[in-house]
Design a protein around this ligand. Structure first.
Ligand SMILES: [Zn+2]
Length: 335
């Protein structure tokens, strides 16, 4: 489709909780935690490439997911979601539009919001202990690959296909978001269910023929108590966490140890750790088919209040870890 056939439509509706890991509040808190821990060289690079903080940049990749084809063939910008207002200038709209167009097609089974909307997650069975590209649910355009692609461009290397990252500014906008997604357990780990609602590992059990086996990071599982999908409730962070100052969250000394090995392998390492964290999101639950919606499930909790408390405790540590690691990564790229 020709470039002019796309329009950038920024709508509030697209910012429903399912649209983004941790929602905007979580991503912004992660960015703010990173901002505080940048050293001078990295801070200079961030300001020169973006002109604003990582806290602002952290939601760019979600705001850009509202780029939609326009039947009239024109370019227009409609309503702008309040959280995306920082990007509501002609230059920023042009950048978003251009990114969406370059990353729209070319993937298998393109989703309604374009191929780039798949860059935000990977769907590894939660029973695994590490991320491995050989596992079901991983892709050449999944979250781990997308993070590696953004890192490559920041280091003046080419992004591997299918990613089309125009420049280091775009790479930094993406990275500020993807490192957050990499620390949302349900953006990495999923539960595969057989027809009776029993969890199985598609890489070990011979049940892969189930058409609706993957619950898509809990998007197909409903929690009747919170009235949210399991995925959405893991996207939401507690008000107490979003309202706490990033300085207070970090504490006097960072409790997040540096990641070992070459930078190119960090995203896969982090995904493995987040996958192990996703055990607590699924293990212990049982699932019954949703009579009102074929292919969807209703989760049953042994103790919902305890599940919610444990979720918020884990989210707090993941948010701190994500922000600190984003800073560590940028400090390593720009020593
Ligand atoms: Zn995302």
């Amino acid at each position: 489709m020709k470039p002019l056939a796309w329009a950038l439509l920024l709508t509030a509706a697209a910012h429903a909780p399912t649209a983004s890991a941790y929602g905007n509040a979580g991503h912004q808190q992660i960015g703010a935690i990173a901002d505080l821990q940048l050293r001078a060289a990295a801070r200079r690079q961030v300001q020169s490439l973006l002109g604003f903080d990582l806290r602002v940049a952290a939601i760019w990749a979600d705001c850009v997911r509202d780029a939609q084809p326009d039947a009239s063939g024109g370019l227009q910008s409609r309503e702008t979601a309040a959280a995306c207002a920082a990007f509501d200038s002609p230059a920023q709209r042009e950048r978003m539009h251009d990114y969406a167009r370059r990353n729209w097609s070319g993937c298998d089974d393109p989703p309604p919001k374009g191929c780039h909307s798949r860059y935000h997650y990977t769907n590894v069975a939660y029973q695994h202990l590490r991320y491995d590209r050989a596992y079901s649910g991983t892709r050449d355009d999944d979250l781990v690959a997308a993070t590696h692609a953004a890192i490559a461009v920041l280091r003046n290397r080419a992004a591997p296909p299918p990613f089309d990252i125009r420049d280091r500014t775009e790479a930094l906008l993406l990275l500020a978001h993807f490192v957050g997604d990499l620390h949302q357990p349900l953006h990495v780990g999923t539960v595969y269910l057989d027809r009776d609602g029993r969890a199985f590992d598609p890489d070990r059990d011979a049940l892969v023929a189930e058409p609706q086996a993957d619950t898509r990071g809990g998007n197909l599982i409903h929690d009747a108590i919170s009235n949210l999908s399991l995925h959405a409730e893991w996207d939401q962070i507690a008000r107490a966490l979003s309202a706490t100052s990033p300085r207070q969250l970090i504490g006097r000394r960072s409790a997040v140890p540096p990641t070992s090995g070459p930078i190119d392998g960090w995203a896969a390492q982090w995904a493995g750790e987040t996958l192990r964290a996703s055990h607590s999101a699924y293990a212990g639950l049982s699932f019954i088919a949703d009579p009102a919606a074929p292919g969807r499930w209703i989760a049953q909790f042994p103790d919902h209040a305890a599940y919610w408390r444990d979720k918020e405790t884990l989210q707090r540590s993941e948010v701190i870890k994500a922000g600190t690691r984003l800073a560590q990564l940028l400090n390593a790229i720009w020593p």
